[in-house]
Design a protein around this ligand. Sequence first.
Ligand SMILES: [Zn+2]
Length: 230
Amino acid sequence: MATESGIPDFRSPTGIWASLDPMEYATLSAFRRDPAKVWWFYRKRIEMLTAAEPNQGHVALRELERCGLIAGIVTQNIDMLHTRVGSSNVVEVHGSIRTSSCQSCAREHALSRVQELLEEQDAVPVCDSCGGILKPDVVFFEEQLPAPAIDAATELAETSALMLVVGSALEVHPVAGLPDRVVSRGGRVAVLNLGPTSFDRRAALKLELEAGATLARVVDLVDGRAEDGR
Ligand SMILES: [Zn+2]
């Protein structure tokens, strides 16, 4: 989803990790060792993500939610593009850049405040209450995924007749295990991804197509706007 908004896939050979070692920027231990270095990276990441625009795929999923065809979106993306375009039930299992929290008193700071702090204090933004170091509310390597998000994602999987897997190779657990939960309850899984995924052989449908245009076409078909009706 995000690559079609110009956000590089961090797993691709040309993604951000191709030139940066994730162990230096995206692990909890790296953050504790050198928060200024990690914030240097996050400042750039926040600039890139807030400049990106939702694409027709984000719009299509919002429309499918509005007409009652999808119950919710589970995303590993931290870019907030689904909520920016107006989807309401979005489960962000890897957190997002929406807030950063104080590592001392846990106070949450909104993205807009974090951006101000990054302007004022160019190394590490600190807490408005206690001066503690802020950390983006994004799941770093070595961190647990937020339990409420995993619970919500699991419940969606276990109550869905159909799961659409869009733009994921299904390599990162526990999200990669969600299609299993759908199928084990008698539901079906459709995979829309350029390239193989771990669930291809068990999916009811596998499409190797661009996400945005394909989802937009689904909305057209649902609306009865498509000319050939197929
Ligand atoms: Zn604090």
